[in-house]
Design a binder for this molecule. Structure first.
Ligand SMILES: C[S@@+](CC[C@H](N)C(=O)[O-])C[C@H]1O[C@@H](n2cnc3c(N)ncnc32)[C@H](O)[C@@H]1O
Length: 282
């Protein structure tokens, strides 16, 4: 959906060619329209992150098929500057050990994990609307992380932290069993080609891992605008013994999930959107 380079991204279209990374000086994607410095100073750490592998290949030793291909691509000066300036303040580095949410957020509160926040538009709105919950956003794209960092700063959001890493590894290594109040997965990459379906995030093994991290009574909320992925989600979520559907099939969109611009346009054109909300059973 609102992925950087979404139009020509293989996860969303039939294109197979990786996008060429670039830096744009105009910035209209984040909340603020303030002009970024023409040449934002970039530290060696940021430079290293941006210059790191554009692909996330499945190395022979990899334990799972990646649900994403590019980590970078088009990035604006504003997003780059935000990465440089705000990463240390609002992001938590990936580490193969359990995260202590109370320490990470500086308070004890229900923690909701969002996987693949894209440009962070929905994440920002939900975090502002639910100040009593902690939100942990996981995304791999530099531009998306830069965009959400800007939103955190512009909207003075306190209850949101970011981990820039593959969510499968974050959930496996950093999230304690029975600990999450909720999981949000909104418009995950549809990987429409049949031969790419294996890259879809919501597969039985990952859903089973996710379910094990949700506290009894907690929820997982997914949404998609791809009908065949909706069918797959319903099948996979229904097949997980730790989860129970809160609806008879697809759920109505709850008030806390705002309509995205893309979704509003799609609905006007008669396209469907499917929400699925399952609860973790005891
Ligand atoms: C189609 S976009 C949707 C973004 C956003 N949720 C929205 O509704 O606009 C899917 C996002 O998931 C991210 N993503 C895919 N696989 C991921 C993974 N394994 N870990 C973290 N992020 C991932 C992609 O980088 C992309 O930004």
């Amino acid at each position: 959906m609102n992925t950087p380079n979404s139009a020509n991204h293989p996860a969303n279209s039939s294109a197979d060619t990786p996008a060429t990374p670039s830096v744009n000086t105009s910035d209209t994607t984040a909340g603020s329209s303030a002009a970024a410095p023409a040449a934002a100073p970039v530290s060696p750490e940021t430079q290293a992150a941006l210059a790191s592998t554009a692909h996330a290949p499945n190395s022979p030793g990899a334990t799972h098929i990646r649900s994403f291909v590019h980590r970078r691509g088009h990035i604006t000066q504003g997003q780059l500057a935000a990465l440089e300036r705000l990463m240390g303040e609002w992001s938590i580095p990936y580490a193969p050990r359990r995260l202590d949410p109370a320490a990470a957020f500086g308070r004890q509160a229900p923690t909701v994990l969002e996987i693949g926040f894209g440009m962070g538009e929905t994440t920002e709105k939900i975090a502002l609307a639910r100040p009593d919950d902690n939100f942990l956003g996981v995304e791999v794209f530099n531009a998306g992380v830069g965009s959400l960092l800007r939103r955190i700063e512009d909207s003075k959001i306190q209850n949101l932290r970011i981990i820039q890493h593959d969510a499968v590894e974050v959930v496996r290594d950093m999230i304690a069993p029975d600990s999450l109040a909720g999981v949000h997965v909104y418009f995950p990459d549809p990987w429409p080609k049949k031969r790419h379906h294996k890259r879809r995030l919501l597969q039985p093994a990952f859903v089973s891992l996710l379910a094990s991290r949700i506290a009894p009574g907690g929820y997982i909320h997914c949404a998609t605008d791809w009908e065949d992925y909706a069918v797959q989600m319903l099948e996979v979520l229904s097949g997980e013994p730790l989860l129970a559907n809160t609806a008879d099939g697809y759920a109505p969109r709850p008030d806390y999930r705002p309509l995205t611009k893309f979704e509003t346009r799609g609905l006007r054109l008669g396209h469907g959107v499917w929400d699925l909300i399952f609860k973790r059973v005891a």
